[in-house]
Design a protein around this ligand. Sequence first.
Ligand code: ACM
Length: 289
Amino acid sequence: MNIGYIQMAPRFGHVEENVAKVRLMMDDTTADLLVLPELFNTGYFFKDFKEVAELAEKIPDGFTCRELAKSAKEWRCYIVAGILEEADGMYYNSAVLIGEEGYIDHYRKIHLFDDEKTYFAPGDKPLKVYDIKKAKIGIMICFDWIFPEVTRSLALMGAQVICHPSNLVLPYCPKIMPSRCFDSKVFAVTANRVGKDVRQGETLSFIGQSQIVDPEGRIIKRAGADNESIDVIFINPKDADKKTVSKNDLWADRRPEFYSPLTMDAEALAALKPVDAQTNLSVDKYDII
Ligand code: ACM
């Protein structure tokens, strides 16, 4: 199947213009699956709650979803796109999944980054995997990448391709995603934006370098740091079903009974006491006897 990303520079607050730009970039695409950046339609650097409220949309009835649905139908592809959602007076940093048949579902970012916590409610929908016929895909948004539990959970649930709308400002993600993909033997499409949001005298710059990583941890496509682009490549999603390294099966060899700290809350973790290395000398004592 053909998968790809659109890397672009939204103009802050100009939803119609940003959506039109993306629809134009998508013209004639051969992609079966296209991933767009986080908050691609609004821009990222909000300065007050009022502008969040003004720019947010209902999903799926808002302008952006309706426009993307036209492109998905026209080019017969699935689209994963980051948009700002309003629901019941709450605002979410969301990503919609749209196909030829229209809106399918959406995800709400669960790990909010930095000032996002001022404006958005944390995601409240479970991680899911969608069967889009040519592949099984999962969705996470930008800073979710730094929690390996997210890529891992999606891969364990059967995702072959992780769709990763992003607005990266720090340099780490493009370097670290190959490890995430290698460990869980999964593809990832990180669609980042480029350019700057200049707001009230402050500037936030985005690092570009959108990329597609394969289950061996190889970067098989990468965009530049500051140019807009649409890149599409052919992959075999089944490559993500082979969970082996040497003679090991990374799925069969898991020992989840030893991983309970991963699902403990902060209080339970704080109650865990390290072994006192001074008093717990049993191994040494037996060795001496
Ligand atoms: C980010 O989560 N937009 C860095």
